[in-house]
Design a protein around this ligand. Structure first.
Ligand SMILES: Cc1ncc(COP(=O)(O)O)c(C=O)c1O
Length: 462
């Protein structure tokens, strides 16, 4: 019998997070304030607690995971590393496919790895309530779960299209005690303005972020902070537990990956799995590392590297990243969590440096991959995860053509049991492909022309 589940004991859980910022060959460009000058940590203090701001700007390679956080993560961690033996057989490939199964957490994705950490640090800092945005609803439900376990109030602004398409996620948030509203909402200045200008907008992550930040910074008691589920350095840091566990698990069976794959919306599950392997690549290992995105929101594969805001109302600092423009409203594809206009600055700097090979897929191809997966492996993936599976299938087929025994590792970022409306649309032939037209992209990018330029610095080694 071949081993298809590689499990770690609780005592083997990683006790430190890995910070790629310490090892990037070219440093990140600093976030800039409205005056074009680098923002100082105190300027972020109304939005985030200082203990998380310290992690955000840290250059320390390893950061200890507090015992109290590990005690909560044990509910589902260490997560299994599984071998996709049935997909391999179906594809008749010599590739060995492993996946880190992040769908086993209570909300069903990788998101609670940082939600628990963020709620814990906020609580330590004396904060009583967190506000946030959510696209697919995975992040909102993860934060609702974490706030309930840790004892904080939670308010979630959910992108309208997902609020309508995914009522069950909203119910999960309510079950964990959170208050969830559709964004744009009439509750904030940002929301009211957008509703007036575009009453039928499907919403976007950029708009929902603006609303959540506004509500946090205007709390008269100063006891509310904002929490982001992706993009920022500290979020990616908390997710590295995924890759650090996977590394230990692969070592147990004497395997090393040739190819590492993850879907990327804001970059957190991809970074979480891949950054410990990016470190190996920086140190000379030959690994292909592939973040995957939808053609409808082609941030990494088509958008320029620029300074842009993280939200639509321009309340965040300017971040150096690949961006489609902060007012970009993505088409309503079903991979709701991949509809963000920007990408994590750490992921973008690794792209600029040539360490990553981003790729985009159409939604029909990723649903086809999801169906193949569900009919071979049995599990039903989240629409975001399906993008990664499409790339895995392509790489496994290539290995077959080249007759090479490649080892493929990917992040199974979440299950799709709350996303069946997308499957229904695909199976009944109602789903279509969409590729962002260049003219439309230019329209949004034009707004950035007066911002400071982001210099794409690289060593040229990769
Ligand atoms: C299951 C799943 N995978 C991936 C993502 C994309 O986010 P990120 O790029 O931060 O991992 C999301 C976002 O909501 C998600 O729910």
């Amino acid at each position: 019998m071949e081993q298809i589940k590689i499990l770690l004991n609780e005592s083997d859980i990683p006790r430190q997070w890995y910070n790629l910022a310490a090892d990037l060959p070219t440093p990140l460009l600093p976030p800039l304030g409205p005056d074009g000058k680098p923002v100082s940590p105190d300027m972020l203090a109304p939005v985030f607690p200082m203990n998380l701001i310290e992690q955000e700007v840290s250059q320390q390679r390893w950061i200890d995971i507090p015992e109290e956080i590990l005690n909560i993560l044990y509910r589902w961690r260490p997560a299994p590393l599984r071998r996709a033996r049935y997909l391999e057989k179906y594809l008749d490939t010599p590739a060995r496919i492993y996946y880190k199964d992040e769908s086993t957490s209570p909300p069903g994705s990788h998101k609670p790895n940082t939600a628990v950490a963020q709620a814990w640090y906020n609580k330590q800092f004396g904060i009583k309530k967190l506000t946030t945005e959510t696209g697919a609803g995975q992040w909102g439900s993860a934060l609702a779960f974490a706030c309930q376990i840790i004892g904080l109030e939670c308010k979630v602004f959910m992108v309208r299209i997902s609020f309508d398409q995914k009522p069950f996620r909203k119910m999960m948030m309510q079950t964990w005690g959170a208050n969830c509203v559709a964004s744009p909402s009439p509750e904030t200045n940002a929301g009211r303005k957008i509703l007036k200008d575009m009453p039928n907008t499907p919403g976007s992550l950029g708009i929902a972020i603006s609303e959540a930040i506004e509500q946090a910074v205007t709390d008269p008691k100063g006891q509310t902070r904002y929490s982001l589920g992706s993009v920022l350095n500290h979020v990616l840091l908390h997710q590295t537990i995924i890759g650090l566990e996977a590394k230990k698990q692969l070592k147990m069976i004497n395997e090393k990956p040739d190819i590492v794959i993850g879907c990327a919306g804001g970059g957190s599950n991809f970074a979480g799995l891949s950054f410990p392997f990016v470190a190996d690549k920086i140190n000379g290992d030959d690994i292909k590392i592939v973040p995957v995105e939808p053609t409808a929101c082609p941030t990494m594969t088509r958008a320029p590297f620029v300074y842009d805001f993280g939200d639509t109302a321009c309340t965040t600092p300017l971040l150096a990243m690949h961006s489609l423009g902060h007012s970009f409203v993505p088409p309503p594809i079903h991979a709701g969590g991949l509809r963000y206009h920007g990408m994590a600055p750490l992921v973008c700097q690794a792209i600029v440096e040539g360490l990553l090979e981003p790729r985009a897929y159409h939604q029909l191809k990723s649903y086809e991959a999801a169906i193949t997966w569900a009919r071979t492996e049995g599990f039903i993936p989240a629409p975001e995860t399906s993008q990664a599976i499409a790339a895995v299938i392509d790489e496994a087929q290539k290995a077959k053509q080249e007759r090479k025994e490649k080892v493929i590792l990917f992040c199974y970022s979440g299950h799709g049991l709350m996303d069946l409306t997308g499957y229904d649309a695909y199976l009944s032939g109602k789903l279509t492909d969409y590729e962002l037209p260049q003219e439309e992209m230019n329209k949004y990018l034009k707004e950035l022309k007066n911002y400071p330029k982001a210099e794409a610095r690289k060593t040229g080694k990769w």
